[in-house]
Structure formats: structure tokens, C-alpha cells
Design a protein around this ligand. Structure first.
Ligand code: SF4
Ligand code: SF4
Length: 297
């Protein structure tokens, strides 16, 4: 558990958990759809007084909403129709009406942005490096994996494995990719591997990310760290990607998703353990189901 001092240092993060932005975003969405507003900023210009919704009072609603303008943009499709860019289905994989589909899209966007900030506020005081090292001795996993874009890959000075075999397999394949006669995860050092799905950094046991500062535990590329490093260990899971249901539309491939309406928190993170109740309240205020998963493997 965290010390009293660490809990106090996490206060900015726990305050955000107690006052999620999503209820205000949804209220603003309804006001936008039912009011005489052409674009969302036209609505924001009218939101100068405190607003109460879902038992939360938002003192400066317009200021709070402005950073989420891009995330809320799908609402504008009601008044300004555009060509479809994705397919959003129910949790049963059946069709949704336009409002439920766009609400799921906005919800995922908003939660990703807000949880990225909350996770950063909670992680700092923990003095923990679990996300940046391979599995510890008491863990069942042989390796941890950090998916990377082609651009993010360039931030890591590591041996690269990129050949026909690696590009035809995945890290989870039953027959593991062999490197110099050994399964890839028995490497002594972290690796960059180009799999069928793209690049990832593999952190075998007893290894650590090359960008982890061993003395301070800080990240040497903190400001440009990969997306995956920004999002642990409370994850937005409002939508689940369903690549097998992607569809062709006018020469483009539309990615498919279904609603999950879940907040996923990884239990071996110290602040998830410490603030389980607060995370549950956050999920409830957002209309999401909280799920606590044992570890990140
Ligand atoms: S890039 Fe930074 S945050 Fe990501 S695993 Fe490496 S040290 Fe950790
Ligand atoms: S496990 Fe939690 S506290 Fe530890 S580095 Fe990851 S996000 Fe931070």
C-alpha cells in the first residue's frame, strides 16, 4: 500500500476520479443536439454558469469542456452529416442507433484523454517502475510487450528482428519465434520485433526498457513516450476493436468496434490497489462497469 505522504501526493489524481468529465460531456451533447447550436463552440459560449449533473457540480463548464472539443466532434455529425469512418455495434454485435453509436465513440475519446492525465497524476508519486521492466520472478509471464508505431520504434536503441518469419507470426503464437536457437523471450536483452500486427518492444524477464533511468526510475523520453506508456493502469474500454468485422465502404476499409462500457484497471499497479474504491466510483459516475484484472500479462 502507499504511504500517507504518497496518498496525499496523489490527491490531484483522486480529485479527478471523484469528478469525471464524462457526465458533463454527455449533458453538453444533449444540449447541443436539442438546442439551436450550429457547432459545439457555439454551445460552449453559453455555458458560463455552474452546471450540476449526475450529482456533480461543474463550476466552469465551458473551460472544462474546451480541452475535449476534438473528442466530442462526433456529436456534430448529427447536424453536419459526413461519410462514415467507423462501424460501432452493440455489445451483442448488433446495430445501434446513431446516438448510441456516436455516444460510444465520444465516450471512448473522452475517457482516453482524461484517464491519461489521471494515470500520470497517480503514477508519479508511486516511485514504481513495473510498466518499464520485464516480469518479476514471482510472475507467470515470460515477457511483457509494448506495442509501438513505426515512428515510436525509433525512440528505442535496441536489436531489431524484422524478417519473413517474424512478420508471419505473433508474440502469442503457440510456436514461438526462434532467435539463435532460443525462443525470442529468452533473450538477455529487450528486443524490437516486427510481428504480423506491427512492431513491439519485448521485455524478457530481468530486463528493463532502455529509456528507464536506473537511478531515478524516470523515463528519459517522458514527453514523447509511446501511447501505450501513457495509458496504464486504468484503461478506457468503452469500445472494443473487432477487426474481423471491418467492412469495405466506397473503396475504404471501415474499422469495426462494439460497445463494452467498461473501465479496466490492472490490479498489480500500486495505485489501482490503493484507490480501488475511487476507481469504482469513477466508473459508476461514467456509467461504466469497473473490471479489475490481476496483472498486465
Ligand atoms: S519509454 Fe519510458 S515510460 Fe515507456 S517503458 Fe520505456 S521508460 Fe517506461
Ligand atoms: S504499475 Fe502503476 S504505478 Fe507502477 S509504473 Fe505502472 S502505472 Fe505507474
Amino acid at each position: 500500500m502507499l504511504s500517507r505522504q504518497q496518498i496525499e501526493q496523489c490527491r490531484a489524481g483522486t480529485d479527478r476520479l471523484a469528478q469525471p468529465i464524462l457526465p458533463l460531456v454527455r449533458l453538453a451533447g444533449m444540449l447541443y443536439l436539442t438546442g439551436p447550436f450550429n457547432r459545439l463552440p457555439d454551445l460552449f459560449a453559453e455555458l458560463n454558469e455552474p452546471v450540476e449533473t449526475g450529482g456533480i457540480t461543474y463550476d466552469r463548464p465551458a473551460d472544462l469542456l474546451r480541452p475535449y472539443l476534438e473528442d466530442m466532434a462526433p456529436y456534430e455529425r448529427f447536424k453536419h452529416p459526413q461519410a462514415p469512418s467507423r462501424i460501432i455495434l452493440s455489445s451483442q454485435r448488433t446495430g445501434l442507433d446513431q446516438f448510441e453509436a456516436l455516444d460510444g465513440w465520444v465516450t471512448q475519446n473522452v475517457l482516453i484523454r482524461e484517464l491519461e492525465e489521471i494515470n500520470s497524476l497517480l503514477c508519479g508519486p508511486c516511485n514504481c517502475r513495473l510498466c518499464c521492466i520485464g516480469p518479476e520472478e514471482n510472475m507467470a509471464q515470460d515477457f511483457f510487450e509494448i506495442p509501438l508505431s513505426a515512428q515510436e520504434k525509433s525512440f528505442f536503441q535496441l536489436t531489431e528482428i524484422n524478417n519473413t518469419t517474424s512478420r508471419q507470426t505473433s508474440s502469442e503464437s503457440e510456436t514461438p519465434l526462434m532467435i539463435q536457437g532460443h525462443p525470442f523471450y529468452l533473450s538477455n536483452d529487450p528486443l524490437l520485433v516486427h510481428w504480423q500486427q506491427g512492431w513491439s518492444m519485448i521485455l524478457p524477464r530481468r530486463s528493463s526498457c532502455p529509456n528507464l533511468e536506473q537511478d531515478s526510475g524516470g523515463c528519459t523520453i517522458y514527453r514523447k513516450r509511446p501511447d501505450v506508456c501513457r495509458r496504464p493502469q486504468i484503461f478506457a474500454y468503452a469500445l472494443e476493436r473487432l477487426a474481423e468485422l471491418d467492412q469495405e465502404y466506397e473503396g475504404r476499409r471501415l474499422p469495426a468496434f462494439c460497445r463494452r462500457d467498461t473501465i479496466l484497471a490492472i490490479w498489480d499497479c500500486p495505485y489501482v490497489k490503493q484507490f480501488q474504491e475511487e476507481i469504482g466510483v469513477y466508473a459508476q459516475l461514467c456509467g461504466m462497469e469497473p473490471i479489475f484484472k490481476e496483472n498486465k500479462g
